[in-house]
Design a binder for this molecule. Structure first.
Ligand SMILES: *[C@@H]1O[C@H](CO)[C@@H](O)[C@H](O)[C@H]1NC(C)=O
Ligand SMILES: *[C@@H]1O[C@H](CO)[C@@H](O)[C@H](O)[C@H]1NC(C)=O
Ligand SMILES: *[C@@H]1O[C@H](CO)[C@@H](O)[C@H](O)[C@H]1NC(C)=O
Ligand SMILES: *[C@@H]1O[C@H](CO)[C@@H](O)[C@H](O)[C@H]1NC(C)=O
Ligand SMILES: *[C@@H]1O[C@H](CO)[C@@H](O)[C@H](O)[C@H]1NC(C)=O
Ligand SMILES: *[C@@H]1O[C@H](CO)[C@@H](O)[C@H](O)[C@H]1NC(C)=O
Ligand SMILES: *[C@@H]1O[C@H](CO)[C@@H](O)[C@H](O)[C@H]1NC(C)=O
Length: 477
């Protein structure tokens, strides 16, 4: 029988200690904050769903975070773009995501994960709420939590996306959305090493928007630890269209209304999707506004979307022969991100963290058709046992050491020239990615790109050369 020798074990331990890890982000009042530095964290993000939802094919062994070669390329392009967060919609909890997630972690990019998918028994069905709120469904959401709970760059889970999308679904589904949120948060409290935020992603339907937010963000019976309360509220917003459209300003886009609606929010609010494409190419002139005076209320947003699909929202085109090409939207978005003052975005707004969540009451709900009952459905039979025992044989992801940094697939610039030497730059533990090569650090200083690249390599290199030395010594024995 092969025995793992002590020197090799020592190297494995050494390497494990040196796996780079971002600092956790948590919710504090109406802000996301870094759990170590208490700096504010604002989402500068993109939606990441290679192939779109049509491309989600669990039986195939492929999901957006299953191929490290593709993630390495995308992480390099996103690092240059300046994003610090990706949103991933459809994931197979049984696949191995370690390579991809470790790459995104290594470049300081966090993940917002949807626990649902378009497959049967993997989301709430607004037409069959009671039967779709099942043990099988919740088991799937818990399996997604298991798969991502150990990664330090898991920023949060969406318990539901656009389930309330009409006046009709606003009448029936709210108690179920709170029930699913409660079950997932109970599962996390019992089975996760840290409290990972769980929230909602809302459709932009003006008749129900304010009520959706008010319904999900209050405390039932004034219980400040109410697990059914959403930890954050995302809005999929496409109301600001490009410069030649009449909606390309603060008032006509309705951004001013959002700021007054959410002015007293007790939980973080952000755009869980944005980037209207009615005027193309997109120039993203809403970016300086979203990260300008709106930051007193909003915590940033995620541009829809990274991969080009037939709906034409992409930043980058991908071809089946493995090559890809940046689109002009990528360059335009990068230019806008590069104007942001990341240091200012990180500074805390202490009043936002002080707002107490209101107690739930039918008086919080303003339209007559919207559900105003805070009596939630009981969890289906078997769920509390599942929460107590944990999902059996669950696939639990963990960080692995990232050694390859060079992108091997060809990427072409907007003008069609091959981009040479495309690579990721591994960041030290205390940094996350940001625009313009800027990163956030606990020291408050913003180091140059060169420094952070070097630091990442030193850590990877230490592990590598220690391994080499020990293996050599071992061979010589
Ligand atoms: C990952 O994607 C690359 C490029 O398309 C492909 O060549 C490779 O076979 C894929 N790897 C796996 C494990 O599927
Ligand atoms: C729960 O999910 C796990 C992981 O996907 C799966 O192996 C198991 O069969 C599921 N159990 C039930 C009861 O659905
Ligand atoms: C914050 O950090 C503390 C100390 O390391 C840790 O115990 C706690 O679990 C973290 N909380 C969150 C929400 O990440
Ligand atoms: C915020 O900025 C917008 C657009 O730049 C402007 O119209 C609005 O008056 C500003 N609001 C405040 C409160 O400063
Ligand atoms: C926020 O709450 C304060 C105090 O209750 C109130 O005076 C103010 O009008 C509220 N603002 C908004 C935008 O709702
Ligand atoms: C890959 O496919 C794209 C789109 O069809 C094409 O423009 C490009 O030249 C191809 N690249 C190679 C290396 O074949
Ligand atoms: C709220 O939703 C629940 C569950 O769908 C339903 O039973 C109840 O009738 C609704 N209540 C109101 C006041 O709309």
């Amino acid at each position: 029988m092969y025995r793992l020798s002590n020197p090799i074990l020592a190297v494995l331990l050494l390497c494990a200690t040196f796996a780079l890890a971002v600092q956790n982000v948590k919710v504090q009042g109406a802000d996301f904050v870094n759990n170590v530095t208490s700096d504010r964290f604002q989402i500068i993000g993109v939606a990441y769903q290679p192939g779109g939802s049509d491309g989600f094919n669990p039986g195939s062994g492929i999901d957006p975070l299953s191929n490290g070669t593709l993630c390495l390329r995308d992480a390099a392009l996103m690092q240059q773009l300046g994003v610090n967060t990706i949103r991933i919609y459809n994931l197979d909890p049984d696949l191995n995501h370690d390579d991809c997630v470790s790459i995104f972690n290594g470049v300081g990019i966090y993940m917002l994960i949807d626990v649902n998918s378009p497959l049967p028994d993997q989301s709430l069905d607004p037409g069959n709420l009671a039967s779709s709120y099942s043990l099988t469904y919740l088991n799937h959401t818990f399996a997604v939590v298991e798969a991502f709970k150990n990664y330090p760059n898991t920023l949060g889970f969406f318990s539901a996306n656009e389930v309330m999308d009409t006046v009709g679904t606003g009448a029936t589904s709210p108690p179920y959305i709170r029930a699913v949120t409660r079950d997932i948060k109970d599962y996390i409290a019992k089975n996760s090493p840290r409290q990972i935020p769980v929230g909602y992603s809302a459709a932009d339907v003006s008749q129900i928007l304010t009520d959706s937010w008010a319904y999900l963000s209050c405390d039932i019976n004034g219980n400040s630890n109410d697990p059914s309360r959403s930890d954050f509220f995302g809005l999929n917003s496409y109301s600001w269209c490009g410069p030649t459209s009449p909606t390309a300003n603060y008032e006509a886009s309705g951004y001013n209304t959002l700021i007054s609606t959410f002015g007293n929010t007790s939980i973080p609010v952000f755009f869980s999707e944005y980037g209207c494409n009615k005027v193309e190419p997109r120039v993203f002139d809403e970016v300086p506004v979203l990260y300008g005076n709106m930051t007193s209320v909003m915590s940033g947003g995620l541009v829809y979307e990274y991969y080009e699909e037939s709906n034409d929202y992409g930043l980058v085109s991908f071809y089946s022969n493995g090559t890809s090409q940046l689109l002009v939207d990528y360059d335009n978005l990068q230019k806008q991100f590069n104007t942001l003052n990341v240091k200012a975005l990180e500074s805390m707004d202490s009043s936002a963290t002080a707002i107490k969540s209101p107690s739930c009451s039918s008086s919080l709900i303003s339209s007559s058709g919207f559900n105003n009952s805070f009596t939630l459905p009981a969890a289906p039979s078997g769920v509390s046992q599942l929460i107590d025992s944990g999902v059996k044989n669950a696939n639990q992801g963990k960080l692995v050491t990232v050694t390859d940094t060079a992108v091997t697939l060809p990427v072409y610039s907007v003008s069609g020239s091959l981009i040479n030497n495309l690579a990721i730059k591994l960041l030290p533990n205390d940094e996350s990615n940001g625009p313009n090569g800027a990163t956030t650090t606990s020291s408050g200083a913003s180091p140059s790109t060169t420094k952070k690249g070097a630091a990442g390599k030193i850590q990877a290199g230490l592990c590598g050369s220690a391994a080499m030395a020990i293996v050599l010594a071992f061979l010589l024995l």
